[in-house]
Write a protein that binds this ligand. Structure first.
Ligand SMILES: Nc1ncnc2c1ncn2[C@@H]1O[C@H](COP(=O)(O)OP(=O)(O)OP(=O)(O)O)[C@@H](O)[C@H]1O
Length: 247
């Protein structure tokens, strides 16, 4: 299978502080790949370098066999940041229309994508409200809709379900599964939530800027003789970098 994302020997420092240290990871096309780790472990920094918003101090990143950053990748990467980048004075629909207009979409396709993404995140009946009047969860949902607007091949979602109620969280995960299974999308997601991590095909557990271990949830639990992913995390924390899975 082809690689959708390749991170090769990436380190990142801010001033003298090294935040990421020699990260290697590969996301196969058509996988859901989870980055899990405590707050401050470096997940967002890594994600920003994968989408081309920040530059590694060392190493390089490729997405769809193209070295990041590259203009051609904008159409193919949908990015949902941790903090919402929305226009509060515009309505939900105007926000979606604005972001859709940045991409090469025909008028009819643009309309369809707006309707589809709004429905996916359950915002259809709120589209004419100003975003300033949205709750935190609604803003997260709109950000997710925007990440999907141009129908990108690769989705990079930084804690997409924070502040979203359990029912909608489940429906968003069901949709991510559908996007993977039926449309062959590649999805890289950061999360703190272990039951979301269980749904990923592969995981990398990150702590203090290093990948502690990686593999499928099943492989990780077997390797560490652990009953849960929390347990894997605790056990992996005490050992050297392990690559449990096949890559
Ligand atoms: N622009 C910056 N300048 C200096 N330090 C930074 C910068 N961006 C991130 N850091 C530091 O890098 C470390 C990793 O931060 P990062 O946001 O990547 O972690 P995270 O795992 O995504 O955490 P969270 O889950 O809370 O978002 C933190 O110590 C943070 O303070």
């Amino acid at each position: 299978m082809k690689e959708a994302v390749r991170v090769k020997g990436v380190s990142k420092s801010f001033g003298k502080k090294e935040v990421l240290s020699m990260i290697d990871l590969t996301v196969e096309a058509g996988q859901i790949y989870g980055l899990i780790g405590p707050s401050g472990s470096g997940k967002t920094t890594l994600v920003k370098m994968i989408v081309g918003m920040d530059v590694p101090t060392q190493g390089e990143v490729e997405v769809l066999q193209t070295k990041v950053p590259h203009l051609s990748l904008l159409q193919n990467i949908g990015y949902m940041a941790q903090s919402d980048a929305l226009y509060p004075e515009l309505t939900g629909k105007e926000n979606l229309t604005f972001f859709a207009s940045l991409f090469k979409l025909k008028k009819e396709e643009q309309k369809q994508r707006i309707a589809y993404t709004a429905n996916l995140v359950d915002l259809t009946s709120h589209l004419s409200k100003k975003v300033a009047a949205y709750s935190g969860g609604m803003k997260r949902r709109l950000s997710l809709a925007i990440a999907l607007i141009q129908n990108p091949q690769v989705l990079i979602l930084d804690e997409p379900t924070v502040g979203i109620d359990p029912e909608l969280r489940l429906s968003i995960w069901n949709e991510l599964m559908r996007l993977k299974n039926e449309e062959g999308k590649t999805i890289l997601v950061t999360t703190h939530v272990m039951d979301e991590a269980e749904k990923c095909d592969r995981l990398a557990m990150v702590r203090e800027g290093k990948v502690l271990t990686s593999g499928s949830p099943k492989e990780l639990k077997e390797f560490y003789h652990a009953t849960s992913l929390e347990d894997v995390f605790l056990k992996a924390g005490g050992s050297k970098n392990e690559n449990v899975g096949s890559n």
